[in-house]
Design a protein around this ligand. Sequence first.
Ligand code: FES
Length: 165
Amino acid sequence: MALYSEKVMDHFRNPRNAGVIEDADGVGEVGNPVCGDIMKIYLKIKDNRIEDVKFETFGCGSAIASSSMATELIKGKTIDEVMEVTNKAVVEALDGLPAHKLHCSVLAEEAIRAALKDYFDKNGIPYDPEEFREHDAEEDVPPEVLEAAEAEKAAAAASCGTKFK
Ligand code: FES
């Protein structure tokens, strides 16, 4: 079986909603200290709905596919509906991710939450801080996955110079 689903490959090759919203109502940026990937989500919100969403992701293919799919999932949704969109929903919509890449989808969930929090803060909208508790990357990722990520990073570092020149 292929490591990545057709959907992951499609969203990686043709990312939806990539870019910046200059006058965004909420912006969220998160990073994963283990792999070093960074994700930024821009939201345009009107009448309590996500009118537009864009992302910038500096990271792996799974992070790009996760950002792309996550933006598709939340576009047009109400804020309450967006709060229900978890990394699991992103993974399911992508027809799965390899275990050591699940944290890429967590980054997408966190970036969306961070952008919503920014919107709430800017507009003085009250919220439950527990809903926006920053995840500790190490807490979210099981130890065996962290180990796999470390091994992958080492392998990538070793092969980078020759493979991606
Ligand atoms: Fe870290 Fe994909 S977001 S490897």
